[in-house]
Design a protein around this ligand. Sequence first.
Ligand code: COA
Length: 333
Amino acid sequence: MSKQKAAITAVAGFVPEDKLTNFDLEKMVETSDEWIYSRTGIRERRILKKGLGLSYMGEKAVSKLLEKSGTDPKEVDLIICATITGDYVFPDSANQIALKVGATNAFGFDISAACSGFLYALHTGSKFIETGTYKKVIIVGGDVMSSIIDYTDRTTCVIFGDGLGAVLLEAHDDYGIIDAELKADGSGVDFLVARAGGSRKPTSQETLDSREHLVYQNGGPVFKRAVQGMSSTVKEVMGRNGLTNDDVTWVVPHQANMRIINTVASQLDFPLEKVMNNIELLGNTTAGTLPLCINEYESQLRPGDKIILTAFGGGFTWGSIYLTWAYDGSLQS
Ligand code: COA
């Protein structure tokens, strides 16, 4: 008898109403709609109103998730929240979301793996289902990147936006998460980092003046490592599971830059019709991109679809997860 799989049995997402377009950015830094769109594929991103915080988006998405799946919040055992922009330095945001949605029997914790956070959280959560420890686990991925972006730095502010997605994991006999290949390389800290605001360099007037509590990125090396990391781990999980390109229904890549997505697709020889993307209107929502993509494409998903999620982010962290889809997405509202 094969063991039970951890299947995604529902998905939901939330993006704030307020838009920050390329034309808005033209008024803030020296850039142009033409440069941003041709170099990144992004036209606009969403920005959360100040003072709301990550758990506001978490509450919206998880409430929708519970409603869609007909789940009583009290049945939820565990919430894992992947984010680098939680409401507070501490405590975690998973338990703030649990509080807001009435998941009073759940415990939760956050995972910090930047753009790969959703993959790390999904892999972790799947183990609690596969072992039979818990029945209902919610995986949240999202970020309020506008809270840590330097809107005077044209090389980073054009990329990122705010948004969050969530999935419900439950046991399934046939479909679910099959395999994962997760990687990390701590030397990536030199290329993508918020240098201040942590214990190594607590926030001070000096760090505020030097803007070191905001995102610093050296985009060129990140671009190359992202292509390499996503392509190689997709190949690894496909090889290990005997999958050909024809077998794979969808590839869901982290939405960092449309040129990264196109290069990964071309290196793997996947037609773009099989590659999910939503970067044009949302930008890079960090831990939010994968669940938000799945949510957008839900109506096209069918039981047994073979899906590969892949991401790369700060740390560096990267990896791929292979799963089979568990339900008919066209029947969801
Ligand atoms: N508007 C106009 N010009 C810009 C600009 C902007 N928003 N940002 C950078 N430039 C300029 C640079 O200053 C540079 O000018 P120079 O040649 O006079 O020095 C020129 O454009 C090319 O810069 P470069 O950094 O080589 O551009 P790029 O094509 O590599 O694009 C990124 C920059 C950041 C979009 C790209 O490197 C990238 O997407 N990297 C990965 C980011 C990522 O994935 N991050 C999330 C973690 S997963």
